[in-house]
Ligand binder design. Sequence first.
Ligand SMILES: Cc1cc2nc3c(=O)[nH]c(=O)nc-3n(C[C@H](O)[C@H](O)[C@H](O)COP(=O)(O)OP(=O)(O)OC[C@H]3O[C@@H](n4cnc5c(N)ncnc54)[C@H](O)[C@@H]3O)c2cc1C
Length: 541
Amino acid sequence: MPGSPQPDPPEDFNQAPPLGDVDLFAIDRPLQEAVAANGAGAEAQALTSFGRHWGRAELIEQARLADENPPRLDAGIVEFHAAYHRFMTDSMAAGLHAMTWRADATAEAAPAEVARAARYFMVAQVESGHMCPITMTRASVAALAGEPALAVMVMPKIISRSYDRSSRPWWEKSAMTLGMGMTERQGGTDVRANRTRAVTDGDGYRITGEKWFMSAPMSDAFLVLAQAQGGLTCFFMPRFRPDSSVNALHFRKLKDKTGNRSNASTEVEFSNAYALRVGEEGKGIRTILKMVQMTRLDCAIASTGLMRAALVQALHNARHRRVFGKRLLEQPMMRSVLADLALEVEGALALVMRLCRAVDLAARDESEASLARLLTPAAKYWICKAAPAFAYEAMECLGGNGYVEESSILPRLFREAPVNAIWEGSGNVMCLDVLRAMRSEGGGAQATLSGLSRAAAGLAGAGEAVQLIQRSFTGDNAEAQARTAVERLALLAASAALHRSAPDIAAIFARTRLAGRRGANFGTSDLSDEEAAMLLARVLP
Ligand SMILES: Cc1cc2nc3c(=O)[nH]c(=O)nc-3n(C[C@H](O)[C@H](O)[C@H](O)COP(=O)(O)OP(=O)(O)OC[C@H]3O[C@@H](n4cnc5c(N)ncnc54)[C@H](O)[C@@H]3O)c2cc1C
């Protein structure tokens, strides 16, 4: 009837429905291609069942619960929400913490890294906090391998897949997890300035001092740096002494963090805490760097997963939300933004999977070892620093709903995004590490650069990028210019990796990222309609 009020629209009017249950592997064409291009094509079926498990909407709800109910410190014990334990159980059952290792602390046959990274990337799309202990446990083996007698004792518990949350000595448990304590109040980057001290005591050491950050405090043991008589040394510090009494680790408080809230990070004091040496006295940095090299690669994989999760939400919304009579996805500028976001994930994913391939082959191929050494910090630098801006842009694609905790997962992703760039060596530190690798690896780094140049041959901007990298790293002002050079190096390596796994995408990536005059924001890559359509079709079927 004219003049009568319109009935209220239904609550879900012009709102995107929930994504629902998906198979995180089957819907992700770039992932399938990167897995196949890096030698793990035979994993496809296993990855599909993994993707179905982790793609259930119910797990997104569990991730929300884990985030909204952060751990609490109570009488020396840190209590986690049930959802956190659930994620630990599932990730450990899948072997994410150990599937790349054999019981003798050596690497599994290739393509174990690629197969694990594909899984890790999918889990990162769901819940990141619990991945901190998963990553540290996995990476600790690289350092423990330097102390074979100790490794032989702990490996059966490390590779076990049955998560044991109980607070008991590690040898009584079905499985153990490990954390890491390097950072002190006066410095995290400059660990040589560590003040924590270690003195010999019988077969072991007594450690006294404090760590300003030590995450996953309920781990069964920690790899800790402390000053021994022979200099800075790496130690294995269990939470219980050999006589089963509680070791002298006193958690002072939990950090109140911007994101990564389901994971606990403590300030901790050691008062004559029992520990065993790992590697030689005075070689602590060299020993623990073997672990850190692996955690850095995980940071890059996790940030790529986070970006993929944000992209999927943004695209899903744009497929449903209507503005000015059209779906958002049909609006040319929104297509440009989304396709540019998709292109970023394509490059990041191709690069991390290529790096995992290099780790898979490193033990028997020196050139792959050099590639992993040079490009891991470069990838961490570029990808982890891209993630916060990416998450923000994806959030804006959802408009106001993107900013509201109850209506999307974007706020959680946004809060999580910066941490991977900050820990395990912050941005500048990654660039200094690339510089160090360029100088110390000598021939190896040069050979890697030549290899990238060949692999990216014919791609727009590749030749200029190689020249810029060479010039910057050998010039007088190398340190001041390192960010420019490292970013180029990562983009060149991503272009080369895409050239192998998805040549059509490589051409667009190189044109826009290596040769282009792209602006500061996503959506400024001047993609053609056809290119945007191709990129978007690859994100979600
Ligand atoms: C949530 C969370 C959990 C953590 N968990 C752990 C843990 O479990 N174990 C652990 O050991 N640590 C942990 N950390 C600590 C983390 O690794 C450090 O914060 C990080 O390494 C940086 O050290 P810092 O905070 O002392 O900063 P600083 O070393 O003071 O660095 C500050 C800034 O200066 C830059 N910088 C440093 N040196 C140079 C240089 N030469 N030239 C130019 N720029 C430079 C850095 O890139 C950084 O941006 C955690 C941190 C966070 C936020």
